[in-house]
Design a protein. Structure first.
Length: 96
């Protein structure tokens, strides 16, 4: 989970996920739409892949990337649990 949250902590990676939100995209299209140099895009895609947030499918010389929905569901469940606990938590009476 830590690696997934760390991967999401970068603005460029969030931009990539946003670009993938409507489905699979070819890396060549991502390079154009994000106006990002190919080496930088490849680095960020590698981080997202290693964190288990996106997958790549090779088609000829191009790779098509897509979001792994289950990975985002796991993050949502973690954050929902934290939010629920924070909402229902009472004051801490343990004094130092």
């Amino acid at each position: 989970m830590v690696s997934r949250l760390q991967a999401l902590a970068d603005p460029n990676r969030l931009r990539i996920l946003d670009a993938l939100r409507n489905g699979e995209r070819c890396v060549c299209r991502l390079t154009d739409s994000l106006e990002m140099a190919q080496p930088l895009l490849s680095h960020h895609l590698k981080v997202l892949r290693e964190a288990g947030l996106v997958s790549g499918r090779k088609d000829g010389r191009w790779v098509h990337y897509s979001i792994i929905p289950d990975a985002l569901s796991e993050i949502e469940m973690l954050l929902a649990g934290v939010r629920e606990d924070a909402v229902t938590a009472g004051p801490i009476l343990d004094r130092c």
